[in-house]
Design a protein around this ligand. Sequence first.
Ligand code: GLV
Ligand code: MN
Ligand code: MN
Length: 395
Amino acid sequence: MSFESLWADESAIGRNPDTGGYTRGGWSPTEREATHWFLDQCAARGLTVESDGIGNLIAWWGASDGPGVVTGSHLDSVIDGGAFDGPLGVVSALAAVDQLRAEGFEPGVPIGIGAFVEEEGSRFGMPCLGSRVAAGVLSAEKALQLKDRAGVGLGEALEDAGLDPARVGPSPLLRRMGTFVELHVEQGRGLTAPVGVASSIWPHGRFRFTFGGEANHAGTTLMEDRHDPMLTYAMTALAANKQARLAGARATFGRLSVEPNGTNAVPSQVTAWLDARAADTATLESLLAAIIKQATERAERDGTTLEVTPESVSPVVDFPAGLRDRLVNVLDGAPVLPTGAGHDAGVFSDAGIPTAMLFVRNPTGISHSPAEYAELDDCLAGVDALAAVLKDLAK
Ligand code: GLV
Ligand code: MN
Ligand code: MN
């Protein structure tokens, strides 16, 4: 099947007609619909699908059941995300396999197409949840304690999706992942050629800031009598922005929860999630320390409290240079670039699987938004590049 028709089918699944975006949290109805579409595509191609307890999938082309070359990405999205982040890697993998088959290529080792669950962590808060559990970086016990915003536990979500929570744990799928190559839309404006190769992933983390204060009447409480956690939060958000600029890093408060969330009451508590990223670990650590210092000083002045809880921390990932250079060579000197975005490829690389990434140009650099976009010609160049890389690695 052509990339165009696969893309048209996949990107119709769960598109919000009002925003044009996608909300495919892990194991949600729209994510399951996309997963079932993927399984149908695999069945139509006679691929053998293997799965693990949390729902990661690899569909294999090739007779042997030994290790092979795995490509693919994820089908879940952030809240109201774009069409490309994740699905482009899965759809391009299907199209690349179709292209190789049409050419009569016979892989020397199996080629697998992976779809890894809850990469964004948009439902359970933990980025790369499926790959972290698969790689044993996050224990089944800790994973099963996670709850979504509606209070649904991971175990219940898995059961609703027909999966058995007792099977959650390090994944047998990794045994066959001899090499992993994830194709992904580039998420900034750093790539000016149609296709590039990743050098590294910035270290990053998600930190929950809980600001405690005193609920009180919005009309009768004198301004100087207040202990308002919203003020402490507001100053912290400004401090985070300033510190990130100073450090050449990134800091974002994109999620907020206010108690009791009433218009006419000083809040009792504000919970805000900081996403912080930097090119190296030392910069990330000093950025976080500077933000916490300013937040703590402000809390003292406001008479509020502050608790900071790391929810996830992802170390820097330097993809293996040998594999990276091999891809660059196959792609006639494609540009090499780092990324500030997280990926399952980083988790698998850390787990010792030789891993590389291909990026497809993003002309606006917008991502995690319905406006995320890549030109069709660049997507087709991505499929060609992926096919060439698979041909080289699986010969
Ligand atoms: C995922 O794309 C992330 O970087 O958060
Ligand atoms: Mn993403
Ligand atoms: Mn992604």
